[in-house]
Design a protein around this ligand. Structure first.
Ligand SMILES: NC(=O)C1=CN([C@@H]2O[C@H](COP(=O)(O)OP(=O)(O)OC[C@H]3O[C@@H](n4cnc5c(N)ncnc54)[C@H](OP(=O)(O)O)[C@@H]3O)[C@@H](O)[C@H]2O)C=CC1
Ligand SMILES: O=C(CO)[C@H](O)[C@H](O)COP(=O)(O)O
Length: 506
């Protein structure tokens, strides 16, 4: 691709956890990369690793952005892997000062807020093409195959598609299972790439945000199952790891289930006990789960399992208060379960996790559908499910079933009404209810499992108590209500203080 003495195909800014891995992945796939980071040590480190792995020079470290731009074939392609927010604007301005031009493409791969991406695309129009590609997969995914959600100018996508399809995770299209090989210099070339053009500016980051919201829910659900197994049954982390591994061979087969078993099975030399017992129970968060919950509230599109997962992290953070409350607030007395009850609870939890997970994904897909309607995006939900089957944190075999559901009906109202998922929920909901009932009686919190169940029950009921709620609103605020026996557009109000409480058109 050498042109005008500028032999590098991609400019890369940000060589941290993700950036370094993406650079080496691009290099393994035959792309020559000119790389820059504020931290000179990170530039040296990526060059050294590249040379050690390839015995050649596929990556050139650059001392500044002007030098980086000078190495690139035109029109130039610059990829950013830097913290979301102000850093992205700062680097865009620095690239302008360094001479980036109207035909060049700048791709933000960070976890940016999708509305920022929309603004940036408009702001830089005419100066360069601001494009985005949200990345999932963490460090290993970035190195050997991430899931890539691209959005922005469709012509920029034409340019990027071959690169992204080369470096993306690959999946066996028939089984829906990832094809994985973690070997430097030997990337996976077979299978279906987990990279897709999602839509106009912001769409890819919105979809990634929802991916992370689902990630929060999925993680919390697994944590609640762990908590119940630990507290109700007194199982050791290693015993729970064995149960999780068994579950991971069936419908719950997922990366998050697999890594949960790994964490639980890890021994800590310093404390001579399970590592999980010395990890402080205060969850961190960088914000994408919160953004998803906020978006769901703004759109009026319920995602209670995702919101509950954000609350669970927040409540875990109130550790000092929890420790004080633990001295004061009593729960139910412990109950010893019989062997049969113990075996039953394990089975029930499996089914509860599966059903609750279906509901969490249903919420995420509803949310994307809702945002798409407001934004005028045409989202291909089957394609989104397909690119989440490998490379990303929520990769799971059951994404194959979600893809199939949207292939059957691309305007499916909700995953729950797809015939396959309806049948699964009918079959397993009894155990889901029993697991939550048992945990509740024992005083073990299971907010995400319960939020999913309440979502399912609310969604499937033709009548909800919102009739009483509308009556309350009319009573104190004269807000009016519609009637079941009249046209829905007609509003009524009760004169609550008048004798006989007459109902009049509002
Ligand atoms: N880690 C993960 O699992 C995932 C992260 N992401 C997202 O990817 C992005 C990168 O994440 P990650 O690699 O973990 O972050 P890191 O903090 O490890 O790396 C970011 C790098 O960008 C550099 N940097 C910051 N500002 C500039 C600048 N103005 N010019 C040049 N370099 C700069 C930083 O340098 P310095 O340290 O000197 O400031 C650092 O080396 C983030 O948006 C993150 O949210 C997405 C998916 C997964
Ligand atoms: O995007 C990701 C994976 O998909 C990151 O791992 C994400 O930063 C994790 O979020 P948090 O730190 O809030 O748990």
């Amino acid at each position: 691709m050498e042109q005008n003495g500028a032999p590098y195909d991609v400019g890369f800014v940000g060589l941290g956890v993700m950036g370094k891995s993406l650079v080496l992945n691009l290099a393994d796939n035959g792309y020559r990369v000119a790389a820059f980071d504020l931290d000179a040590d990170k530039i040296t480190a990526v060059e050294a690793q590249d040379q050690a792995e390839s015995q050649s020079r596929r990556v050139l470290g650059c001392p500044n952005l002007a030098t980086l731009l000078a190495q690139l074939t035109a029109p130039r392609l610059v990829v950013l892997s830097i913290p979301a927010g102000a850093a992205v604007d700062a680097v865009c301005e620095q690239l302008l000062a360094a001479g980036i031009g109207p035909d060049d493409v700048v791709v933000d791969t960070g976890n940016s807020l999708w509305t920022d991406t929309v603004k940036r695309e408009a702001h830089y129009r005419g100066q360069f093409h601001f494009f985005s590609t949200a990345v999932s997969g963490g460090e290993v995914g970035a190195r050997f195959g991430p899931s890539l959600m691209a959005s922005g100018d469709a012509r920029a996508w034409q340019r990027l598609a071959p690169l992204w399809q080369a470096i993306a995770a690959k999946v066996d299209p028939d089984s829906g299972k990832p094809i994985e090989r973690f070997e430097p210099g030997n990337p996976v070339r077979e299978g279906e790439p987990c990279a897709a053009y999602i839509g106009p500016a912001g769409a890819g980051h919105y979809v990634k945000m929802v991916h992370n919201g689902i990630e929060y829910a999925d993680m919390q659900l697994i944590c609640e199952a762990y908590h119940i197994l630990r507290t109700a049954l007194g199982l050791t982390p290693a015993e729970i790891a064995a149960i999780f591994r068994r579950w991971n061979a069936g419908v719950l087969d997922s990366y998050l289930m697999a890594i949960s078993a790994e964490v639980l099975d890890t021994w800590d030399e310093a404390s001579d006990g399970p590592l999980v017992d010395v990890i402080l129970d205060k969850a961190g968060q960088k914000g994408t789960g919160l953004w998803t919950a906020v978006s769901s509230l703004e759109l009026g599109c319920p995602a209670p399992t995702i919101a509950q997962a954000v609350y669970a992290r927040a409540l875990s953070g109130q550790r000092a208060e929890r420790l004080a409350a633990a001295e004061l607030l009593r729960g139910p007395e412990p109950v010893a379960l019989s062997d049969a009850e113990r075996e039953a609870l394990i089975e029930q939890l499996h089914d509860a996790l599966y059903c609750a997970k279906i509901c969490a994904y249903a919420q995420g897909f509803q949310l994307m559908a809702s945002a798409a309607k407001v934004q005028g995006w045409t989202l291909d939900f089957a394609a989104i499910a397909r690119i989440w089957r490998a490379g990303c944190i929520i990769r799971a075999v059951f994404l194959q079933s979600i893809a199939a559901a949207y292939e059957r009906d691309d305007s499916l109202a909700n995953l729950l009404v797809d015939p396959f998922f309806t049948e699964q929920l009918h079959r397993y909901q009894g155990n889901w209810r029993r697991a939550i009932a048992q945990a509740t009686l024992l005083g073990i919190p299971c907010g995400a499992l319960s939020a999913s169940l309440a979502y399912f029950d609310s969604y499937r009921l033709g009548t909800l108590p919102a009739n009483l709620l509308q009556g309350q609103r009319d009573f104190f605020g004269a807000h009016g209500f519609a009637r079941t026996d009249r046209d829905e557009g007609a509003r009524f109000h009760v004169d609550w203080s008048a004798p006989g409480r007459p109902v009049r058109p509002a």
